[in-house]
Design a protein around this ligand. Structure first.
Ligand code: G1P
Length: 299
């Protein structure tokens, strides 16, 4: 069976939910403490055995290319002040993988973004990671969990999680039959259904391992929800031809694509860091006490 060596990360979106911050900074570059969100996503892929990262990028996303490149001018400055460790740390970012960039010239949807990478992926299985979600699992990275299932069955696998009924319209929803150890064979997929339409409450989260047959399926996929070519619709077409599996991903999932999720991720990561955790915890306790006092006074 072919190895899963490549990952496609679509990063062409505008990030309108974080305007004005994203007017001149890609949303993927927003920091979670001292690393941009995209760094965590790439780390997850690399820690899962991925060797090549294909960014499907767009206008105004140059900062992502620069982030994964060497920065000789900065290295010179750091060198002068003897900051060897920092130079090494910066170089390691560029050395994590081979980085490839391709422009999605028109924003025609997630399915179209994935299709843009078709020639770069070629005839082999590949991973897709969406940059809005961070999955924290130190033992087994999110996408690795799916890659292992791919190696078991040789077919596409979609990462899922259970969501409350009222949230189904925010996600692609799948329904299927469990075959073994929480792994399901998908029977239907629908992008952002209403509560009435949803066949289940199993939501697609932004992690996929796909066979290259998905490209032909995407080429045949008509424009769907929101006037876009949806990856979920492409997968629905692929399912007519070959089996697709789904599995709930284990780990803490942070939806950094919305403000509350982003704040939660920052707090969670800060409380994990030896150098920050005590001070941050103290800060939160003090803030909490202050807010309690204010609310007592107001009542
Ligand atoms: C995309 C997919 C959707 C999936 C979601 C996960 O939607 O189209 O199927 O459930 O990512 O985050 P988006 O959030 O980009 O609208």
């Amino acid at each position: 069976m072919k190895k899963v060596r490549k990952a496609v990360i679509p990063v062409a979106g505008f990030g309108t939910r974080f305007l004005p911050a994203t007017k001149s900074t890609p949303k993927e570059m927003m920091p979670l403490i001292d690393k941009p969100i995209i760094h965590y996503i790439v780390e997850e892929a690399v820690n899962s055995g991925i060797e090549t990262i294909i960014f499907v990028t767009g206008r105004h996303k140059r900062a992502i290319e620069d982030y994964f490149d060497y920065y000789p001018e900065l290295e010179q400055v750091l060198n002068k002040s003897g900051k060897e460790k920092e130079i090494e740390m910066l170089r390691q970012i560029s050395n994590m993988a081979e980085f490839v960039f391709i422009r999605q010239k028109q924003q025609l949807g997630l399915g179209h973004a994935v299709l843009t990478a078709a020639n770069l992926v070629g005839n082999e299985p590949f991973a897709v990671l969406l940059g809005d979600e961070i999955i924290k699992n130190d033992e087994k990275p999110g996408i690795k969990q799916l890659i292992d299932i791919y190696y078991q069955f040789g077919k596409s696998v979609i990462g899922t999680m259970e969501v409350p009924k009222e949230d189904v319209s925010k996600y692609g929803i799948v329904a299927g039959k469990e075959v073994i150890n929480g792994i399901k064979i998908i029977e239907s997929l629908i992008e952002k259904p209403s509560v009435e339409e949803a066949p289940s409450t199993t939501a697609i989260i932004g992690r996929y391992v796909l066979t290259p047959n998905v490209f032909d399926a995407l080429r045949e996929t008509p424009i769907g929800r929101g006037g876009e070519i949806q990856l979920t619709d492409g997968l629905s077409k692929l399912r007519e031809k070959e089996v697709i599996y789904a599995k709930d991903i284990e780990g803490i999932r942070h939806d950094t694509g919305n403000k509350l999720g982003y704040i939660e991720a920052i707090i969670d990561f800060a409380l994990d860091r030896q150098d920050l955790k005590d001070e941050v915890f103290k800060m939160i306790k003090e803030k909490y006490k202050e807010m309690e006092k204010d609310s007592v006074e107001q009542n």
